[in-house]
Ligand binder design. Structure first.
Ligand SMILES: Nc1ncnc2c1ncn2[C@@H]1O[C@H](COP(=O)(O)OP(=O)(O)O)[C@@H](O)[C@H]1O
Ligand SMILES: N[C@@H](CCOP(=O)(O)O)C(=O)O
Length: 291
């Protein structure tokens, strides 16, 4: 086997009201370096011990079982820049990495649509899985037999992430949400989402930022879990950000800033947020890749 590397980007889901549907691939990566070996070995990020039941390797085994193949022995070394449980899609990126590992090792020749369907089945929603596979900004949903997904190109914005030290499991942040929404409320909430998409499409970034901050599906119920939610939003706005939203289920928040202003806004915001990693992130446009 010729050694190869699988790289999968992080992603930020929801973008305000695009709950469980919109996602943006970001330039932080998980890498799997795969090489020949007599014995199966999976080395997790930062570990020198092989882990037989590692999350990613388990995903690969599930894919292999689904397609009726046995994966050959190899050694896999994981490295990752994606912090866990911060709302940057680490679980979806790990799932996509596991699917791609099985795809390569088992020579399965999976299409992107098959990867998206399997990943969504495992994650429960396609908003992080789709950008991790396709790159860029994706809008997706689940039908019974299909995961329709559209990609929006040319997002001319700088992006700043405020990543706190604390973790917040997506499962916990989902438990805070109502089970149902009353009809008029749901209609308004989905209208916000429609405008977010239309504003992005027409590059009306001021309107995009305004509607981004008017989510009704999840942020009103989750903000109690997020330290400095209002402060981050207000201060970023004062520094010229178009808008700031929870990244995925949080606790990371993400600001969308006029192109070229990101570095200056990042530096000012970092002064105010002790204990946070404040990062200017690139949009990943490739999605999962092999090198
Ligand atoms: N690279 C990885 N290796 C092992 N487990 C992972 C990896 N990435 C994610 N996970 C699992 O997924 C969990 C985080 O998923 P989640 O709560 O959905 O947060 P997020 O996807 O926002 O980072 C981790 O606590 C861990 O159990
Ligand atoms: N739509 C999901 C997205 C979760 O993203 P994550 O990066 O926090 O795992 C939700 O809002 O629950």
């Amino acid at each position: 086997m010729i050694p190869f590397r699988i790289s999968v980007p992080a992603s930020s889901a929801n973008l305000g009201p695009g709950f469980d549907s919109m996602g943006l691939a970001l330039g932080l990566y998980i890498h799997l370096d795969v090489a020949d070996s007599d014995k199966q070995a999976f080395f997790a990020h930062g570990s020198s011990e092989s882990e037989e039941n590692h999350f990613i390797w388990n995903i690969s085994k599930q894919v292999a079982e689904r397609y009726g193949v046995t994966l050959p022995s190899c050694s896999v070394q994981e490295t990752s820049e994606i912090p866990l449980a911060r709302g940057l899609g680490s679980s979806a990126s790990a799932i996509v990495a596991g699917i791609e590992l099985a795809n390569q090792l088992g020579n399965l020749q999976l299409t992107d649509e098959q990867k998206l369907a399997f990943g969504t089945e495992l994650e429960g929603h396609p908003d992080n899985i789709a950008p991790a596979i396709f790159g860029g900004l994706t809008i997706s949903t689940m039908l019974e037999d299909d995961i329709p997904s559209v990609r929006l190109h040319d997002i001319d914005l700088d992006i700043i992430a405020y990543i706190p030290e604390v973790e917040l499991k997506t499962e916990v942040a989902r438990d805070c949400l109502p089970d149902t929404y009353e009809r008029n409320y749901a209609a308004r909430a989905s209208a916000m989402s429609n405008i977010v998409v239309a504003a992005l499409y027409s590059k009306d970034y001021a309107l995009f930022g305004k509607m981004l901050e008017n989510d009704l599906f999840h942020e009103p119920f989750r903000k109690v879990l997020i330290s400095h939610f209002d402060l981050i939003r207000e201060n970023a706005k004062m520094l010229g950000a178009y808008g700031t939203a929870l990244s995925g289920a949080g606790p990371t928040m993400l600001s969308f800033v006029p192109k070229g202003n990101g570095e200056a806004v990042k530096q000012e915001m970092a002064k105010q947020l002790e204990g946070y990693q404040v990062k200017l992130l690139k949009i990943d446009t490739k999605g999962v890749s092999i090198s």
